[in-house]
Design a protein around this ligand. Structure first.
Ligand SMILES: [Zn+2]
Ligand SMILES: [Zn+2]
Length: 378
């Protein structure tokens, strides 16, 4: 195979390197052709291409787009070329110092393409990845609760670089292929949808349960979609009429906060992010009912627990969920869900700091960074 026989603009080349298949961008490596006009050293070329630097949004006390080395996957890990990544409230919590100690590339909600993998069948697949990277051996991992592994790293959150970058390395076992029928604009919600579906995994909800959701932010809306599509009578209270209208589109009963009168519900889900709402959640829960706490509050809170005791109310904390459940949910219901309408704006990676400023506005639901816009045009 002589390189000169390839069209100059040929985009992808499939190679085999150290038992891993590698997709190379020939535009990026074309300079090597001029340095080596004789025999074409494909393996060297492959190494040189992968060791190039990439753009990434790095948090190091401040937030900036920097050039950093492309990460190299170890055995059992894959290299993914990031396509799109969503900005999440957790990213703001890291920047504000609520999750202390993180330095590195932010971003944990993403989709991309596998470009290097131990598993040949994964090459070129459109994928996302479960964010909790666990040890696989501890008590929790063995029980299938790897999201609670005490040794875990978390993509873009705890001791592991994230997805606001051209490339990301993730454990092969964390990767999920996105079915073709799920468009990018829906697939980007897989991680937060998994968190919404976690409630159904944790709590056995009777079929005739009346559910109240407090908070019309991104997570509140996704929870409302999940509950309504799962057949539950669902009511949502929020401050923003425009956001409430998205829940209304899937048949959720919505009540603006100023019009809400206390009621009694079997299950109340607190997703406002505001600690004042915990008392409101307890207040509206039936005896023997359940409050699901989805918000993480930045500071300490105080509340009177008498009603919890007297009415024997359970308070359940709820965090991340299973990606498999989210992908199945999207495969079944994505035509019914107004997910793409939740995306307010898309920025390129070099505009990532502007994207973060934009996303801080409380009116904004979802801001996407289209990473694949960077580094492809020459
Ligand atoms: Zn998130
Ligand atoms: Zn573990």
């Amino acid at each position: 195979m002589h390189f000169k026989s390839f069209p100059f603009k040929l985009y992808l080349l499939l190679l085999v390197h150290e038992n891993k298949q590698v997709i190379l961008n020939l535009k990026k490596i074309s300079f090597i052709r001029y340095r080596d006009k004789g025999g074409f050293p494909l393996v060297d070329l492959c190494k040189k291409s992968i060791s190039e630097t990439m753009s990434a949004l790095v948090f190091n006390g401040t937030l900036q787009v920097e050039k950093v080395p492309v990460p190299r996957p170890k055995r059992g890990e894959a290299l993914i070329k990031v396509d799109k990544a969503g900005i999440c409230n957790t990213d703001f919590e890291i920047i504000k110092g609520y999750i202390p100690g993180f330095n590195g590339v932010l971003g944990h909600e993403f989709i991309g393409t596998v470009v290097e993998s131990d598993e040949p069948q994964m090459m070129g697949k459109r994928v996302t990845a479960e964010i909790n990277c666990s040890c696989g051996e501890c008590e929790f991992c063995k029980k299938g609760l790897s999201r609670h592994c005490s040794l875990r790293t978390v993509i873009g959150i705890i001791n592991r670089n994230g997805a606001f970058a051209e490339y990301i390395v993730v454990p092969e076992t964390n990767i999920f292929v996105i079915p073709d029928q799920i468009p990018d604009s829906d697939a980007i919600f897989i991680e937060p949808l998994a968190a919404a579906l976690e409630i159904i995994d944790q709590v056995k909800i009777p079929e005739d349960a009346e559910i109240l959701i407090l908070g019309d932010g991104k997570l509140g809306l996704l929870i409302s979609f999940v509950m309504k599509c799962s057949g539950y009578s669902t009511t949502m209270v929020g401050k923003h009429r425009e956001k409430l209208s998205f829940a209304e589109k899937v048949g959720v009963s919505v009540i603006p906060l100023e019009e809400f009168k206390n009621g009694t519900y079997d299950l109340v889900i607190e997703a406002t992010g505001n600690s004042d709402a915990l008392e409101m959640a307890i207040e509206n829960t039936k005896p023997r009912g359940i409050v699901v706490l989805k918000s993480t509050y930045a500071g300490d809170i105080s509340f009177n627990p008498s009603k919890v005791v007297v009415d024997e109310i359970s308070i359940v904390g709820s965090r991340c969920g299973r990606f498999e459940a989210a992908i199945n949910f999207l495969s079944n219901f994505n035509n019914r869900l107004p997910l793409s309408q939740l995306i307010n704006q898309t920025f390129s990676l070099d505009q990532a700091t502007e994207a973060f400023e934009y996303a801080q506005n409380p009116e904004i639901l979802k801001t996407i960074i289209n990473v694949s816009r960077v580094g492809l045009e020459t």
